[in-house]
Design a protein. Sequence first.
Length: 419
Amino acid sequence: MKVLVSAYACSPGRGSEAGAGWHSALQIVRFHEVWVLTRPCNEAAISTALAQQPLANAHWVYFDLPRWARWWNRQDRGIHFHYYLWQVGAYFVGRRLHRQVRFDLAHHVTHGCYWMPSFLALLPVPFVWGPVGGGESTPRGFWGSLSLYGKVYEIMRSIAQWIGRRDPFVRLTAWRAGIGMASTEGTEARLRELGCRETMVFPTGLPECDRLRLGGIPFRQGSPFRACSVGNLLHLKGCELGLRAFAEAQLEVASSEYWIVGDGPERKRLEVLSGELGVAANVMFWGMIPREQALERLAACDVLLHPSLHDSNPTACLEAMAAGRPVICLDLSGPALQVTGDTGIKVPALTPKQAVTGLASAMVRLARDPALRERMGRAAQCRVEEHYSSDKKGKTWAAIYERVVRERHPSTREASHWD
């Protein structure tokens, strides 16, 4: 088929949305001829990657708003407004391309946010939406533990979600979608509320090359016991909960360290808090470092501590599991779907105090039982291979495309392998 892919964020060698956009494109191009519509800021990284591994069936279309219309988008401030307008412009680019190419299907990949529309849904071709996330929010019981910035963020996000669910273009996107794919069950419920006729939970996976490379990292049983957190230092990542939990665990496991990889608006607050808790000497803030170095830090740790309050599809958890590291997380959103009782420890999220105590107990338990860490680590590697391999998800996407197109044009798809 000829497929038009909308990937606002798409860049090799990156995590989060950018990495998801890139690896999604790699999977789709295995089976179809693909036109990837993305932003010019991704072009340099994509060109470098293509020089090493050309993709014969991929066409890259770079589009952005005029300079006067994107001046506010600095360091991701105003990114949602920029993204909305970009989607409008992307529709006109896609419409022009469709007149030349005659696409069989359009697929919106990134940004994966259920309360923002994709105007490619307006094209006269079958449309696939997602996977998208964003259906979860910080539990109300945890708002009191947030910084002022965190509280303001959550309020603004809740308002944006409320407006988005009432945006006629969001509802049109849902109605036009042959299928709406969600990262979590919470987001799937939102898609159904918006009017998606068919939905499924379809979390993104880990590229096979990354899974194999991370799988070669040996298990660690040395001293000190070391927990690691990876990600932007935002309130929603639960960084304060993790730090307080480590301080409690350190009372019972003196020979222990906590490595924090990432940067963000919460960093200064966390550095001050580590001093107040008396664990500053055992906490290392590595800051924002290249992905390769971040994976090296992960390899030097025993467990991943990921106390996120709402995180649709965290790549950090999958990478840790592929490396054979148990994951300690809250029983919320994406991590709760990725992690099982065999591969890590999920802590109920009832109150901040209870969550901190639960996270600390989990660290103490794993610190004292290296055999359990290794057993969970091996189970985690098997789970990633069985359920989160991007290669397998690429085949699933190909089957979904066949079905969506056949249902739109049944007479032209009678010989589909789906039968």
